[in-house]
Design a protein around this ligand. Structure first.
Ligand SMILES: [Zn+2]
Ligand SMILES: [Zn+2]
Length: 387
């Protein structure tokens, strides 16, 4: 079964919505206008219940089926943009310098709106469909806040599904895997406190730059000598600040970065080794190290049975040759992980074709993907809630 006819008919209208949202990017939780646009559309479609302000600026619409039953399936999109200046030159490019939809969340929101319109028209299912529009995916953990606000209980959501576009994957294709699909994204900042002094008398100092650089080099032991080589870990130091003159050894050096892992045991191991290495090397050289280690988004891990359902629906729509059911996991993060920790579900990638990469100022969501995305959402809801 290819793309649904009705989804193809919605293509132009949904493209307009997508470009409308694209022109007006908003960041993190400050997605008020996008949320208002979503709520207005849901009202227009005759969605039964529309709740705003979940997870600060999130929106949930509840669409009731024809049949009996109160089981609900959650379909989730994200609404926030990124702090980048767009260079696509497209007629619908961002009108705000320093903000752009460089991760395609405009497309995710528009496709889920298209599915909501379809499902509110047809209602060929028992129970309820909850369409979830979250703020602050790009840092901020809006998905986590929505879960904490009791969204799952309030709407009786028993399963939850997410979708993200993937540049490089041809339009019309899907990719997914059981188990971990995106990484935990922990963040650290370390301040090495030594004793500054004259650069010509290093013996009278405790040089924080030499000590910090040794720590950074040794942190690579976590990947090369601590974690099982068959498991994944990334330790990247992405910032280093110290000093102000050629002839002065400073008091302090600061560095920061991220640790990425695909399972909780490796995550714990990486953090514990991180702390030992930093404190141990600092102590060896008589310095002190202040460690701020922040556990950010958890691993996005697809549940087995729900991944089978999602794969089946993608295969129905795109054909088996166009579904990769065992894509390699990615070391990027996703705060849909919080929803998957709260309820069983699955996160799938949809092809965005040969476009610039995510978070690139030349990126644009590919509108050709819209009817594929809508078809996936609609069939998934209808199949899971039994036509
Ligand atoms: Zn992103
Ligand atoms: Zn994204």
């Amino acid at each position: 079964m290819p793309i649904l006819n009705r989804a193809a008919e919605l293509q132009n209208e949904v493209t307009e919505w997508r470009r409308h949202i694209h022109e007006r990017p908003e960041l993190l939780f400050a997605v008020e206008n996008t949320a208002a646009f979503v709520a207005e559309k849901l009202k227009e479609f005759g969605v039964d219940e529309i709740v705003t302000g979940i997870g600060r600026t999130g929106v949930v619409g509840l669409i009731k089926g024809r049949g009996e039953g109160s089981r609900a399936i959650g379909l989730r999109a994200d609404m926030d943009a990124l702090p980048l200046t767009e260079i696509t030159g497209k007629p619908w490019a961002s009108t705000t310098p320093g903000k752009m939809h460089a991760c395609g969340h405009d497309g995710h929101t528009a496709m889920l709106l298209g599915a909501a319109k379809y499902l509110a028209e047809t209602r060929n299912f028992n129970g309820n469909v909850a369409v979830i529009f979250q703020p602050a995916e790009e840092g901020g953990g809006g998905g986590n806040l929505m879960v904490k606000d009791g969204m799952m209980e309030r709407f009786g959501i028993e399963e939850v599904y997410g979708m993200h576009n993937m540049p490089g994957l041809p339009v019309g294709q899907f990719a997914i895997r059981k188990g971990p699909i995106m990484a935990a994204t922990d963040e650290f900042t370390v301040t090495v406190k030594g004793r500054g002094g004259h650069a010509a008398q290093p013996n009278r100092t405790i040089d924080p730059i030499v000590i910090a650089t040794q720590i950074i080099t040794n942190l690579q032991m976590i990947a090369s000598r601590n974690v099982d080589p068959l498991r994944s870990v990334v330790v990247s130091v992405t910032k280093f600040n110290a000093g102000f003159a050629h002839n002065v050894i400073p008091n302090e050096a600061t560095f920061a970065g991220t640790v990425r892992t695909l399972d909780e045991a490796v995550r714990d191991q990486a953090e514990s080794r991180f702390r030992q290495i930093v404190s141990g090397i600092a102590a060896t050289h008589d310095a002190e190290a202040e460690i701020a280690f922040h556990r950010n988004y958890p691993v996005t891990s697809n549940h087995e049975a729900e991944t089978v359902h999602a794969t089946q629906i993608a295969t129905d729509i795109a054909g088996a040759a166009n579904v990769n059911a065992d894509i390699d996991p990615m070391m990027g993060g996703e705060d849909f992980s919080y929803m998957l920790n709260a309820r069983p579900g699955a996160f799938i990638f949809i092809g965005n074709g040969d476009t610039a990469g995510l978070h690139n100022p030349a990126y644009d969501f590919n509108d050709e993907a819209i009817s594929h995305g809508i078809s996936y959402w609609v069939r998934l809801a209808e199949q899971r809630l039994g036509e």
